[in-house]
Design a protein. Structure first.
Length: 524
């Protein structure tokens, strides 16, 4: 086998789970691999009354997610422009690495930027092969071949290794490319999904990954501790048990029809992974990023027996779903160390849930599991809610308010506005659009957030619904929140006004001061 040198590029995503898995597989197979991350995943806070300032993002084709908070909204990630200095650092780093192949990990949000980087790379280094992968190339491989030499569709480990071994092959499963002689587009069949996740190496972290940010190239593992602790994306699974119409899993599952789409590591292998993360990252606990962690009674039973023995007193948080767990499972993982649980409710409307989102769990099941989570004694309970679906009527918004009025406190809400990406099934539904006015949708967002406010009883939400009908009362939920939160609003607004780079530098400085104080005291 001829050894190749691979550079993987990730954009606005220091977590870069897919790229880290591919880099680890390439290194294990005997190749050299380096991960370059161009810009960090960084949010930006915008007061609700200044949202028109973000119009330029959509005009340039950016599609970030908007998370709604009581006093502002968060653009995540905010597409901070790549500076000329950062582009220069990128080209210098690629010149130093001298790769045979550059792989691009691509989401739809940053396709315009990726096209620009790809074109510049082609002009500077026409000899370097470019392979594109990720969710966007998986769903539009032929469109991506306009820029790439090859496109990886679906799961990438095997395809990438075959490509590195012999890029001239035209028959590699999962690879789309053009026949160099005829120009014919060749899209090969997909190989089976990897079922034995225990055979895969841990994602790459260490001396081979670099972040280009703030006009510098930083080894990722030299980031401050507060950023390092958020770096690993810890999962025990690949795939999802559901096929929601707005989610990438709905598309990818259809590519692998007839195969077991949700796969899971053994408990022992997963606990070994946790040992690695605990040793190499300053983690106070673990966030399990599985789409649904609490699933599979036998696996959960074994995990709950072994986790406390290997990680006594180390807390964790995870996602649950009413269709996959019950009170007994919730109590077991609580006893094992879980302190937080999240639930993807999305909407309180049975109509929207079934007809639009392709989710079949009835609302009374969410009320049931909400009560069970509180009974099990969790410290942190988070409910995900989506708004701004183009098919979402006022009746659907009211149904969500009704549902939240029946959910027992305490809980927090994670409200995000739905962003429909290219090729998502939800974008092809033959349904009439609702056209709910922006100010009405905003009223309901604020109404939902009232449910989590200190001192507010969610049972009162239905009483506030008529306020939407008058310009004099439509801002009532916002005014109530200002009263309920009071000082917190001022603190949050002050924090958001401080530039992220300044906050980051200050945290780093305080960490250094703290270490100096510890060293001084230890010498006494």
């Amino acid at each position: 086998m001829s050894k190749k040198k691979l550079v993987l590029l990730s954009f606005y995503d220091q977590h870069a789970l897919g790229s880290r898995c591919l880099a680890a597989a390439a290194i294990e197979a005997g190749h050299e691999a380096t991960l370059l991350i161009l810009k960090i995943f960084r949010p930006k806070y915008h007061p609700h009354d200044r949202f028109s300032e973000l119009k330029w993002m959509y005009e340039q084709g950016h599609m970030p997610v908007i998370a709604v908070h009581p006093f502002d909204a968060v653009v995540c990630p905010y597409p901070y422009e790549v500076t000329d200095d950062e582009f220069s650092i990128l080209w210098k780093k690629i010149d130093e690495e001298k790769p045979d192949v550059v792989g691009f990990s691509i989401t739809s949000v940053f396709v315009p930027l990726v096209k620009n980087v790809s074109a510049q790379l082609r002009q500077r280094h026409p000899e370097i092969l470019q392979i594109w992968g990720g969710i966007h190339p998986t769903l539009d491989p032929i469109g991506c071949l306009e820029f790439a030499d090859a496109v990886c569709v679906g799961e990438g480990e095997g395809a990438l290794l075959d490509y590195l071994q012999d890029p001239s092959r035209n028959d590699i499963p999962n690879i789309c490319k053009k026949n160099p002689e005829t120009g014919e587009v060749i899209c090969n069949p997909l190989r089976p999904l990897i079922q034995e996740l225990d055979t895969l190496p841990l994602p790459l972290y260490g001396k081979h990954d670099f972040l280009i940010e703030d006009n510098k190239c930083i080894p990722v593992m030299e980031l401050p501790d507060d950023e390092l602790m958020e770096l690993p994306i810890i999962t025990s699974t690949r795939g999802c048990p559901f096929g929601c119409s707005y989610c990438l899993h709905g598309n990818v599952r259809s590519l692998y029809s007839g195969q077991k789409y949700l796969r899971r590591k053994s408990v022992d292998r997963f606990l070994d992974d946790l040992e690695y993360y605990k040793k190499h990252f300053p983690l106070p606990g673990f966030n399990m990023f599985d789409d649904v962690f609490v699933i599979g009674k036998e696996w959960i039973d074994e995990f709950c027996e072994k986790y406390p023995k290997r990680f006594p007193g180390v807390p964790f948080a995870c996602y649950a779903h009413p269709a996959t767990c019950n009170l007994d499972m919730l109590k077991k993982i609580r006893k094992a160390g879980a302190v937080g649980v999240s639930l993807g409710i999305q909407t309180g409307s049975n109509r929207l849930n079934k007809q639009v989102y392709n989710r079949n769990t009835p609302m009374h099941e969410y009320i049931r599991i909400g009560k069970e989570i509180v009974e099990a004694g969790y410290d942190e309970i988070v409910y995900d809610i989506m708004t701004h679906c183009e098919y979402e009527t006022e009746e659907d918004y009211k149904a969500t308010a009704e549902l939240l009025s029946q959910m027992p406190k305490p809980f927090r809400l994670n409200i995000k506005r739905l962003m429909v990406y290219p090729f998502a099934p939800i974008g092809e539904l033959p349904l009439q659009k609702a056209n709910v006015p922006e100010k009405v949708a905003f009223f309901y967002e604020m109404l939902f957030l009232l449910a989590e406010a200190p001192g507010f009883d969610p049972k009162l939400l239905p009483l506030l619904l008529p306020a939407v009908n008058s310009d004099n009362t439509i801002n009532a939920p916002m005014e109530l929140m200002r009263h309920l939160y009071r000082d917190r609003e001022q603190r949050e607004q002050l924090q958001h006004k401080i530039p992220w780079g300044v906050r980051r530098a200050a945290k780093h400085l305080f960490n250094q001061i703290g270490e100096s104080v510890k060293t001084h005291l230890s010498k006494k």
